[in-house]
Design a protein around this ligand. Structure first.
Ligand code: ADE
Ligand code: ZN
Length: 350
C-alpha cells in the first residue's frame, strides 16, 4: 500500500450515502441465501454482480436484499458493515436501509430496526465507529407503501421501540425512471411533521427538475446523488448559496448508473468549483468492489487534488451530516488533527 493510500485510509471519514444492504459481504450473501432458501443464479458472488444500468443493478440489489430473513440477519449485516467500514477509516455513517420488500414478505419493521440496532451497538463497541439509520422508501413499491412505512416508523418511535432512536430520518431510493417524486409528498410530509429528517435519491439518472421536487415538494434537507444538478444553473446556485448537501458517489455513478466511461469525466470537480457541498460516498461498496479508501484515493488522483483538498472533503461530510452541533464540532476537530498529523507522511511521498 502506498503512503498516500495508507494516509487516506487512516483519515477519519464520514459517509452519508451508503445502503447497508449494499455492504453485504459476498460470503454472507451466499451463506444467508443458502440458510433462507433463496436461489441465487450462481454461488460465485463475483458472477452475481453484473449489471449495465441502474435498473439492472437494482435487480441484483433486490435479490441481495431478499436473503435477509429475520432480525438476526439484519444484526449480522449491520455488524459486518461497520467492521468493514472501520478498516477504511470510517468515523461516522448515516446509513440507509430499505425494508419495503421485507415488509411485503411479512417481516415486521420493529424487528428489522431492532436487529440493525443490535448489530450497530456491537460494532460500535468493537470499533468506536458511530452509525445512525435512515429508513428509505422504495420508489418501486409506490406511494401507498411509502406512506405506510413512515406511519409505522412514527408509531414505533412514539412507543419507544428498541432501536428506533437510531433512525434519524427517512429517504427514498430505487428506480427513478417513470416515477414522479411528488407522488410521495404525503409520506415525506408526515415524516417532516413527526420530527424525522428528510433526504432522497434524485437526479441519479433523471433531469434536475426531480432534484427541485426533492427539496421544494418533499421538503428534503439534502439530496442523494444529484448528479444532474449542474444542468440547471439557477438551481445549482440555490444549492450553493444555501449549502444544501449533495451525497455524491462518483465511482458508483461510473459502475452503477453507467453515467460516464471514466472517473475523470465525472463532474465532481465542477460541483465543488460551483460552491456545492458535495460530500463523497460509496453507495453500495460490497456490490461494486469499492471502499472509502478507494473512493478518496481515486478521486484525489483523477482530479489532482491535494491532501488538504481531501481533508476539506472529509470535513464537508461532517457539515452535510445530521450530527448535533457538539458532536459535529468534535468530529471536525478530530479530522483536522488527523489531517495535520498525516500531512508530513503524505508530503514525503507527494
Ligand atoms: N439502491 C441501492 N443503490 C441505489 C442507487 N445507486 N440508486 C438508487 N437506489 C439504490
Ligand atoms: Zn444510493
Amino acid at each position: 500500500m502506498t503512503t498516500i493510500t495508507d494516509a487516506l485510509r487512516r483519515l477519519p471519514k464520514v459517509e452519508l450515502h451508503c445502503h447497508v444492504e449494499g455492504t453485504m459481504r459476498p460470503s454472507t450473501v451466499v451463506e444467508l441465501a443458502t440458510r433462507n432458501g433463496i436461489a441465487l443464479p450462481t454461488d460465485d458472488p463475483t458472477q452475481l454482480y453484473r449489471y449495465t444500468s441502474l435498473d439492472t443493478f437494482l435487480d441484483i440489489f433486490w435479490l441481495v436484499q431478499s436473503v435477509l430473513g429475520d432480525g438476526d440477519d439484519w444484526a449480522r449485516l449491520a455488524y459486518e458493515s461497520v467492521i468493514d467500514g472501520a478498516e477504511h477509516g470510517l468515523a461516522y455513517r448515516e446509513t440507509f436501509f430499505t425494508p419495503a420488500r421485507h415488509l411485503d414478505a411479512g417481516q415486521r419493521l420493529g424487528d428489522i430496526v431492532a436487529g440493525l440496532a443490535e448489530g450497530l451497538v456491537a460494532a460500535e463497541d468493537a470499533t468506536g465507529v458511530r452509525v445512525m439509520l435512515i429508513a428509505d422508501i422504495d420508489r418501486a413499491y409506490g406511494p401507498g407503501p411509502g406512506r405506510e412505512l413512515v406511519e409505522q416508523l412514527v408509531e414505533l418511535r412514539r412507543s419507544g421501540a428498541p432501536g428506533t432512536d437510531r433512525v434519524l430520518g427517512v429517504g427514498m431510493d430505487s428506480t427513478e425512471l417513470g416515477v414522479d417524486p411528488t407522488d410521495f409528498a404525503s409520506a415525506f410530509d408526515l415524516a417532516g411533521r413527526s420530527g424525522l429528517r428528510r433526504t432522497s435519491h434524485q437526479g441519479e439518472v433523471t433531469p434536475p427538475d426531480t432534484i427541485r421536487a426533492g427539496i421544494d415538494v418533499l421538503g428534503c434537507e439534502r439530496i442523494d446523488h444529484g448528479l444532474s444538478l449542474l444542468d440547471d444553473a439557477e438551481l445549482t446556485k440555490r444549492f450553493a448559496d444555501e449549502r444544501i448537501p449533495l451525497t455524491v458517489c462518483p465511482n458508483s455513478n461510473i459502475r452503477i448508473a453507467n453515467a460516464f466511461p471514466r472517473l475523470e469525466e465525472h463532474p465532481y470537480p465542477q460541483m465543488r468549483d460551483a460552491g456545492l457541498l458535495a460530500t463523497l460516498n460509496t453507495d453500495d461498496p460490497a456490490m461494486t468492489d469499492l471502499d472509502l479508501t478507494y473512493e478518496y484515493h481515486s478521486v484525489m488522483e483523477a482530479f489532482d487534488y491535494t491532501w488538504d483538498d481531501m481533508v476539506a472533503i472529509a470535513l464537508e461530510g461532517v457539515e452535510g451530516s445530521w450530527l448535533d452541533p457538539d458532536d459535529a464540532r468534535a468530529l471536525k476537530e478530530r479530522i483536522t488533527a488527523e489531517g495535520d498529523r498525516l500531512r508530513p507522511v503524505v508530503d514525503v511521498e507527494g
